[in-house]
Design a protein around this ligand. Structure first.
Ligand SMILES: Cc1cc2nc3c(=O)[nH]c(=O)nc-3n(C[C@H](O)[C@H](O)[C@H](O)COP(=O)(O)OP(=O)(O)OC[C@H]3O[C@@H](n4cnc5c(N)ncnc54)[C@H](O)[C@@H]3O)c2cc1C
Length: 467
């Protein structure tokens, strides 16, 4: 009988996971392991999620998941020796730091004469295989999609997880206290308990809800933060609690425009990973080098107002408060708050990336970095820098009744829809009639939109013309 160690990382699920499939197909005895590695820190909302997700995975393995905190190489060496492991498998990760850690461990495993299987179950396709015909990586989404994904068919693995045979473990079975000790939680995360259900079960419930009530009309309404039309699957996808193949398979026979647009969004995630894999400096540096000499202002006072949702622009404030209260923000609003931070407040995109990394439950190294570069205009296939979102126009278009604003900026709840997008435009006496006194109940706009727009365009003009 062979003993196989499955190293779980961003694939916290038993269903449709090639590592699990391997063990079942070969009748291996399995040692499932998760290592909490502090050399790769995650944000505080992600820690909350991870903790719950590990608890859920451990439960579905009847407590057999071994959770250990420490250096992966040291821990894996010890486990390989003490459990007579013959085979090791995992799903690949794609940042430079992760790849180099995996590479080092891979060398060790091979040197020991063990069999190693590496899969790509956290993506639809292995990014090293999605190159252009000339062998170079794509930098533009549309040809990437058309050439590599539009015709691709998916079939998830079908197996009976009850047949998985676990190696009897000598590690602590008290996973709850191991997780408690390894992943400290801050008290403000308590509020997340009522919103999210981390784990495979929660992921499948979200998918069911989306397929029955979100998908129809998705193409049109996915831009409306006031409507529950997007899947809200992102944190489940980020932690691999549901497979991206299963999601694609669930819509691929439905030939509707809504399904096609949803699938294209999943492929945006693939594109982010493609960029991360082929341009690993994406997480720190402008992909367009000319932006290295951009004159950012990075004013702390403005950054704080943005983080707290106190900019005086209701749609921006609603988004930033949604993030703080729920660990999530609607995609359209992410673009609006991002543009406001980078362009109107002339702040380097890395400040936004870091704040999102700490506060989003779906904080994802590839999607977060690529999306911030997209918003800032510094990335591959990015929105051009000179296209600056006007938060008031965006608000009127995508939150027409102001209900999204009312939900997260309740001090404005009595203002009629027509005025809610920019209360500061109203006469002060009228505002008082609606229960709002500027400066004490709600801030005046911290910057003027047209002046700051022009300032951003002037700064852009100073850049060298080439990328
Ligand atoms: C500044 C900024 C930062 C972002 N940071 C992240 C992040 O850290 N993690 C993250 O998962 N997404 C990020 N996104 C992308 C997008 O906002 C979220 O994936 C989406 O809002 C999640 O909500 P949903 O699951 O309801 O999306 P749906 O509309 O239901 O889409 C389904 C899935 O497709 C993927 N997806 C959708 N849009 C995108 C996109 N533009 N780029 C990459 N993948 C996408 C996600 O996995 C999402 O769950 C960011 C976008 C911006 C503008």
């Amino acid at each position: 009988m062979k003993n196989c160690l499955i190293w779980f990382r961003n694939d916290l699920r038993l269903t449709d996971n090639q590592t699990v499939n391997l063990c079942l197909a070969n009748n291996y005895s399995v040692l499932p392991v998760y290592i909490i590695d502090e050399s790769m820190p995650i944000g505080s909302s992600s820690r909350w999620w991870l903790k719950k997700s590990l608890g859920s995975l451990c439960k579905s393995m009847s407590g057999n998941l071994v959770i250990i905190k420490g250096d992966p190489k040291t821990i894996l060496k010890q486990l390989i020796d003490s459990y007579d492991i013959t085979d090791v498998c995992w799903n690949a990760r794609y940042s430079k730091q992760e790849l180099s850690q995996d590479n080092e461990i891979e060398q060790y495993i091979i040197k020991q004469g063990l069999t190693l299987n590496i899969y790509h179950s956290t993506l639809l396709r292995d990014p090293s295989k999605t190159l252009k015909k000339d062998g170079t990586p794509f930098k533009v989404y549309t040809p990437f999609y058309k050439q590599k994904y539009s015709e691709f068919r998916y079939e998830s693995y079908n197996y009976d997880i009850c047949k998985l045979h676990y190696l009897p473990t000598r590690e602590s079975k008290d996973s709850k206290s191991v997780i408690e000790a390894a992943v400290p939680e801050e008290s403000w995360h308590k509020k997340l308990d009522s919103i999210w259900e981390p784990g495979e079960k929660g992921a499948n419930t979200r998918l069911g809800t989306f397929l029955s009530s979100g998908l129809q009309g998705y193409a049109e309404d996915r831009n409306r933060p006031d409507l529950p039309k997007t899947s809200m699957l992102s944190p489940h996808i980020r932690f691999g609690e549901i497979s991206i193949r299963q999601l694609s398979e669930s819509i691929q026979d439905d030939n509707s425009h809504d399904s096609e647009i949803f699938y294209k969004e999943l492929v945006w995630r693939e594109f982010s990973y493609h960029l991360l894999f082929h341009f690993p400096h994406l997480i720190h540096d402008n992909l367009q080098k000319k932006f290295d000499s951009f004159e950012w202002e990075n004013k702390q006072k403005n950054i704080k107002s943005w983080q707290k949702g106190l900019t005086g622009y209701p749609i921006v404030d609603a988004g930033m408060r949604q993030l703080w209260q729920t660990g999530y923000m609607h995609n359209r609003v992410r673009m609006i708050v991002g543009s406001f931070l980078v362009k109107n407040l002339l702040t380097h995109w890395r400040y936004g990336q870091e704040w999102f990394w700490d506060t989003l439950v779906d904080a994802d190294i590839a999607s977060n970095s690529a999306s911030w570069q997209w918003v800032a205009g510094t990335g591959a296939d990015a929105a051009p820098y000179f296209r600056i979102f006007n938060p008031v126009t965006q608000s009127k278009k995508f939150d027409p009744t102001g209900d999204y604003i009312r939900k997260y900026v309740p001090e404005l709840k009595n203002i009629p829809s027509k005025y809610i997008h920019l209360p500061a435009d109203l006469d002060e006496n009228r505002l008082i009639e609606y229960g709002v006194k500027l400066d004490s109940d709600y801030p005046r706009p911290i910057v003027d939109l047209s002046t700051t727009r022009q300032r951003a365009l002037d700064a852009f003009q100073k850049l060298p013309k080439s990328t």
